[in-house]
Design a protein around this ligand. Structure first.
Ligand SMILES: C[S@@+](CC[C@H](N)C(=O)[O-])C[C@H]1O[C@@H](n2cnc3c(N)ncnc32)[C@H](O)[C@@H]1O
Length: 210
């Protein structure tokens, strides 16, 4: 295959994935939460925000695998990456695309059970969670439940990385205070459609494990 053909094949694959994603958005707009998969630049920002030393990573809401690919390109070993995707069609797509990665047809609200069942990860020892979920459209109670599950699987200094389409942290200051979290906007991608902002949430120093 020539270089041009490789590029053309990649573009055809991306177009097919985008159409698949869009069809799922038509079926489940609130859950899929975006019209199109993230762009590659945003995906690289999300992977970078997991931290240089991250080894064990969970991705929530893999979609068509743009962030999964960026995590693997950044050096996360497939055996230490767990991807959760609850949409059946997108889960099947991810499992086909990344046969070496553990892709669970699981709900992020049951993250602790999913990590417990995973081959290469342990509860309490995950370095980073890369979330593609629509946190901003969740109720306060849903956000709290998701973050409590996430904090249980992360190690003490672990990071919860979230991209969002508004330039503010999707968790309210009250909820952050309640959970002992600090938030930092670490990057953004204005060329993404829509433009997106990447936040890192971590436990404040001295905050007890929840
Ligand atoms: C905004 S899309 C992001 C997809 C991909 N990470 C990207 O950046 O292109 C959100 C994804 O999360 C999935 N999802 C939504 N709620 C979920 C849940 N509770 N558990 C697992 N996956 C979920 C959706 O099916 C969708 O694929």
């Amino acid at each position: 295959m020539t270089r041009g053909e490789t590029g053309a094949a990649r573009e055809a694959g991306e177009l097919e994935a985008a159409l698949k994603f869009f069809r799922q958005w038509l079926r489940e707009p609130r859950s899929v939460a975006a019209l199109a998969p993230s762009g590659r630049v945003l995906a690289r920002h999300v992977a970078a925000a997991c931290g240089r030393n991250a080894r064990r990573v969970v991705e929530l809401g893999g979609g068509t695998g743009v962030v999964t690919e960026a995590l693997l390109e950044r050096g996360i070993e497939p055996r230490h990456l767990l991807v959760l995707e609850r949409n059946a069609d997108l889960h099947a797509h991810l499992a086909r695309r990344f046969p070496e990665v553990e892709v669970a047809a699981a709900d992020a609200f049951h993250l602790v059970d999913a990590v417990r069942a995973a081959r290469g990860l342990e509860v309490g020892r995950v370095d980073a969670i890369a979330s593609g979920l629509g946190l901003i459209t969740m109720s306060r109670d849903e956000q709290r439940r998701l973050m409590l599950q996430s904090l249980e699987v992360l190690r003490g200094a672990g990071r919860f990385v979230q991209f969002t389409y508004v330039p503010r942290c999707p968790l309210s200051p009250e909820l952050r205070r309640e959970l002992g979290l600090e938030a930092r906007r670490v990057s953004w991608s204005l060329r993404n459609l829509p433009p997106a902002f990447v936040y890192v949430l971590r436990r404040r120093r001295g905050t007890a494990l929840r």
